[in-house]
Design a protein around this ligand. Structure first.
Ligand SMILES: C[S@@+](CC[C@H](N)C(=O)[O-])C[C@H]1O[C@@H](n2cnc3c(N)ncnc32)[C@H](O)[C@@H]1O
Length: 245
């Protein structure tokens, strides 16, 4: 997967992807992150933004350098690829959106700054508009990084075992069960006995119950769309009634 990122601050993308999983994926050629300095596509380095027509505080990113930078990305292989404008107005980023984007070979992202980007970029250049949540960042760079990280995890070979991404929160439709590692006892807090039992059937059942319990407590809205088995429904009824399943 090749990510093409249009930004006024390309160096922001260096250190977050120089460590751990994504760094290894880059070394192995599974992920490529190409940044395009929007300033380099402006008439002068200082002419990337201008006052808003109609007045008001703050500056707006001009359309020309953004269109030009996208053209450079197209020449580098992004022709035909989705062009995502990061914006608080966009559709909300979810694991389903991430899964769909992970099927692309190239993905172009436009990071806004200041008051945002000239509307003509949204209307005539971007093919998608994504928000990472109902809050306002200073720029689209952190949102683009969230997108790069979450999408990269789903590229085969990036995470060691595909089982771990299959069991992730949201991928199953539920939140994930609690995880424990050694020691089996720490400061008197013992790991649930079932996890030490070696009984894989019991462990799977405990994990499913815990996923349902945590989802019911923290994100009951997810239960409206997930496919539930008869066993799941019985467990949920007991949980809702306040008894142990
Ligand atoms: C300060 S914000 C502009 C906010 C804009 N004035 C508004 O009220 O919607 C600058 C840039 O940060 C990015 N940004 C801010 N919040 C975001 C979010 N929740 N998701 C994705 N991008 C965001 C966008 O690229 C945006 O153009």
């Amino acid at each position: 997967m090749r990510f093409h990122v249009l930004t006024l601050f390309p160096s922001m993308f260096e250190s977050p992807f120089a460590e751990s999983l994504i760094a290894r994926a880059r070394r192995n050629g599974l992920v490529e992150i190409l940044t395009y300095d929007v300033r380099a596509h402006a008439e002068t380095p200082r002419s990337v933004d201008d006052y808003a027509f109609g007045g008001g505080p703050g500056m707006v990113m001009k359309p020309e350098p953004v269109f030009e930078a996208v053209e450079a990305a197209r020449k580098a292989g992004a022709r035909g690829a989705p062009i995502v404008l990061l914006s608080p107005r966009g559709r909300r980023l979810t694991q389903t959106v991430v899964q769909n984007l992970a099927a692309c070979d190239n993905l172009t992202m436009i990071c806004g700054r200041y008051e945002g980007v000239d509307e003509r970029v949204r209307l005539h250049l971007a093919t998608d508009e994504i928000s990472i949540g109902d809050f306002v960042l200073s720029g689209g760079e952190l949102a683009a990084m969230v997108l790069i990280d979450s999408v990269s995890r789903l590229i085969p070979g990036v995470v060691g075992s595909t089982e771990s991404t299959r069991n992730d929160s949201f991928t199953t439709g539920l939140l994930q069960y609690p995880q424990y590692t050694r020691p089996a006892e720490y400061r008197g807090w013992r790991v649930p006995e079932v996890l030490l039992s070696g009984n894989h059937g019991e462990i799977a059942r405990w994990r499913r119950e815990e996923s349902l319990r945590i989802t019911l407590a923290s994100r009951p809205d997810l239960l409206e769309t997930v496919r539930l088995s008869d066993d799941d429904r019985t467990i949920l009824k007991k949980l809702e009634a306040g008894s142990q399943p």
